[in-house]
Design a protein around this ligand. Structure first.
Ligand code: 5AD
Ligand code: FES
Length: 346
């Protein structure tokens, strides 16, 4: 039965594709609670009640891609495009360090303005000013050479959600010019270059099934990433998927728990998207086994423009407000935000 599969996953940290599918199909409240309890316990054994934070700096909403789900897709003419200058980004990092962040995530659309030269100079400058901080990049698919240069410049980690491990599903979420195999190749290249790598996917994207989710889990089981970011799909009104239903809190929490059991040391964020569809989504994420939160450090002036999905939270709140708000939220469930790079445990 399903609980036996949860026990097996907890014990062996692996399942077959068919077992994954059965486990994912078998979710009910009782099973989910069973998984969450064990997941929370595993998380506590490794991280205690310490929650890692990363300061997210959304450097650009220009993007050459046209993903069917994403609010900053190329064809969305309604969004006002922006690009943070080097000075803007450095000042976000300065404010962030002051607030206790020891990881900065530079995230953006695939924007050709940020050449290898621009990125490497920026990475070096941030590292010079904040030698005790980690830099995570989340800039989409780039060349191996680019990934290498940025790694040599001092970048520590790279987030690139694989979005789905099923090729046909991937094709149904992206226009033809986006290549599934290339995206997967990028993740392995990044790993080879010594980045701590994060992959991930949306929960409840159009065409997702227990079978495609089982493939996601097997993919993660093979890749052994340092991080996995998952959050519910939330429709954006200016995208082709605007009329699709959003992902559910319950399924997202269940998958968080299963990921914790699959890889107990995994860095697992309780995402902003989860906090968007449920006012206590991030707290619930932590209680289901997540151990990271990623509040926004972007200047308020551009927050609203980095809307990948509708109703994104925190677009009107200063970085300091979010830091305090999240600190209180974590405290309310018996956890604390720590001042720490939050590297993947070895
Ligand atoms: N709903 C939820 N998540 C989204 N992302 C992009 N668009 C949406 C959406 N509409 C996620 C993708 C991407 C990450 C940066 O944000 O998984 O990799
Ligand atoms: Fe931003 Fe609560 S985390 S206001």
């Amino acid at each position: 039965d399903v609980k036996a599969l949860i026990d097996k996953l907890d014990k062996e940290n692996a399942l077959s594709l068919d077992e994954w599918e059965e486990l994912i199909r078998g979710r009910c409240d009782q099973v989910a609670e069973y998984a969450a309890e064990i997941a929370r316990q595993r998380s506590k054994e490794i991280f205690g009640n310490r929650i890692y934070t990363r300061g997210l700096i959304e450097i650009s909403n220009y993007c050459k891609n046209n993903c069917y789900y994403c609010g900053i897709r190329r064809d969305n003419r309604q969004v006002e495009r922006y690009r943070l200058s080097r000075e803007d980004i450095l000042s976000c990092a300065d404010i962030g360090e002051e607030l206790g962040f020891r990881t900065f995530v530079l995230q953006g659309g695939e924007d050709a303005y940020y050449t290898d030269q621009v990125m490497c100079d920026l990475i070096r400058e941030i590292k010079e000013r904040h030698p005790n901080c980690a830099i995570t990049l989340s800039l989409g698919e780039r060349s191996e050479e680019s990934y290498r240069l940025m790694r040599e410049a001092g970048a520590d980690r790279y987030l690139l959600r694989h979005e789905t491990a099923d090729k046909d599903h991937y094709k149904s979420l992206h226009p033809q010019e986006m290549d599934f195999d290339h995206r997967i190749q990028c993740l392995y290249t990044l790993k080879d270059l010594g980045y701590q790598v994060g992959c991930g996917f949306m929960v409840g994207s159009r065409g997702q099934t227990p079978h495609t989710l089982a493939k996601d889990m097997v993919f993660i089981q093979n890749l052994q990433p340092a991080m996995v970011g998952i959050g519910p799909f939330v429709p954006h009104h200016e995208t082709p998927l605007k009329d699709q239903a959003q992902g559910t809190v319950e399924e997202t929490l269940y998958l968080i728990s299963l990921l914790r059991l699959l890889q107990p040391k995994l860095l697992l964020p309780a995402t902003t998207a989860l906090g968007t569809i449920d006012p206590r989504g991030r707290e619930k994420g932590i209680l289901a086994g997540a151990n990271v939160v990623m509040p926004n450090l972007s200047p308020i002036s551009v927050r609203k423009q980095y809307e990948l999905y509708d109703n994104k939270i925190c677009t009107g709140d200063e970085a300091a407000e979010c830091r305090h708000c999240l600190g209180n939220r974590m405290q309310s469930i018996g956890y604390e935000l720590v001042v720490d790079r939050g590297d993947a445990p070895v």
